[in-house]
Design a protein around this ligand. Structure first.
Ligand SMILES: Nc1nc2c(ncn2[C@@H]2O[C@H](COP(=O)(O)OP(=O)(O)OP(=O)(O)O)[C@@H](O)[C@H]2O)c(=O)[nH]1
Ligand SMILES: [Mg+2]
Length: 359
């Protein structure tokens, strides 16, 4: 028996080595899927499907994940640092959630069921509590369709409108979206619908050049709706797939702006195109204030998705929960910086992990 031990050991070691080698080879073969997948050659393309086709955008990469502020880390550390769950643990978590701007309603909706589970002894350690909180936060966000709507079957181009208050990041996000759509092989036309200030057209022109899109501009003070309609007509004539329409964030007063945006949408569809996406751009650093402004836009413009900008460095990332709960609109994209690559698809699980990360 004692003699056979080294032989068994050697056989085991050999099995482990062969298995390990297999795993390495296998994982090397599984390269991450590239963002742009060229269509296979010599394959007859299927007829366009008459449904809204969603396209993936750039996945959240590890390096960018670090741009999310781990706003709940302090509370998580102090809860984990105690041997038991006590009143201070609940105070720490509640305060941190409110500071991160998840909103009072969501904070309560997250903590109340956890208190009950602790009482019922379903959860007994601080580590279990944090894991349960993280899971509950993520489950409030997963399962939502966050894909950008692109309908390949319509006549004329798809039109995506960017709306939001001034300075939220509409023009910048439009430029980044354009780069992603061009990378997917789509022909993009920009519409400089912000005619409120001359510099807006210049700014968009730069993004058109950077991202490889065409652009239609109007004179300062001209009618935004007609600039956008011109862009839709030009896009149709030049066989563009997508019109990305910028709009102004302010006019003389907000009531006018909402009227203007309603008109923009109506007029845009007078041409050959169809509005398939209206993206409300919200600056994450404005927290709950941004939310009340957002409500105005959501009411006026049939918003289909939110682009949450400036999440890099914002300590108010919890606003995602408030937006989805109170506005009922999916956060589709998040801005994590000012460069052309700093816009990613919103991934709830990674986002919650990053918010709670203590490393
Ligand atoms: N850090 C950071 N800055 C951003 C982000 N998105 C936009 N910005 C910056 O925010 C500022 C305002 O962005 P714009 O795109 O001009 O905002 P806008 O909504 O078009 O503003 P108006 O045209 O005045 O209505 C610019 O300095 C951008 O570079 C982001 O995700 N992160
Ligand atoms: Mg702008």
């Amino acid at each position: 028996m004692s003699n056979s031990f080294p032989i068994i050991f050697l056989i085991l070691a050999a099995v482990v080595l062969v298995f390990g080698f297999g795993v390495v080879v296998q994982s090397r073969r599984k390269k991450p899927t590239p963002v742009v997948t060229p269509a296979p050659k010599n394959v007859v393309a299927p007829a366009p499907v008459a449904e809204v086709v969603a396209e993936p955008v750039v996945e959240l990469v590890a390096e960018k994940k670090r741009s999310f502020k781990n706003v709940l880390a302090g509370a998580v550390s102090s809860v984990l640092g105690r041997g038991e769950i006590n009143d201070t643990s609940w105070d720490d978590l509640e305060e941190a959630l409110l500071r991160a701007d998840v909103g009072v309603k969501v904070a309560q909706a997250l903590l109340e069921p956890l208190r009950a589970r602790v009482k019922a002894k379903e959860i007994s350690t601080p580590a279990e509590l944090i894991t349960a909180l993280q899971n509950d936060m993520a489950s409030r966000l997963v399962g939502t369709n966050r894909e950008l709507n692109f309908d390949a079957s319509i006549d004329g181009p798809n039109i995506w409108l960017m709306v939001g208050v001034n300075g939220a990041g509409k023009t910048t996000s439009l430029g980044k979206i354009s780069a992603q759509q061009v990378a997917l092989g789509r022909k993009v036309m920009m519409a400089a619908g912000d005619t409120f200030r001359a510099a807006a057209g210049e700014q968009l022109q730069t993004w058109a050049e950077r991202s490889g899109a065409e652009i239609i501009r109007g004179a300062e003070g001209s009618d935004p709706s007609s600039v956008i309609l011109d862009a839709v007509q030009a896009a149709n004539a030049r066989k563009c797939d997508l019109v990305l329409a910028d709009t102004a964030g302010r006019l003389q007063n907000n009531t006018n702006l909402m009227e203007e945006l309603r008109k923009v949408r109506r007029v845009a569809e007078k041409g050959a195109g169809t509005v398939t996406e209206t993206l409300l751009v919200i600056d994450a650093t404005t927290g709950q204030n941004g939310l009340s402004q957002a409500r105005l836009f959501a009411d006026a413009t049939q918003v289909t998705g939110v682009v949450l900008t400036k999440l890099d460095g914002s300590s108010k990332g919890g606003i995602v929960f408030a937006i989805e709960t109170e506005l009922g609109i999916p956060v589709k994209l998040v801005g994590l910086g000012e460069t052309i690559r700093d816009l990613v698809a919103f991934n709830p699980t990674e986002f919650v992990e990053a918010l709670c990360s203590t490393t």
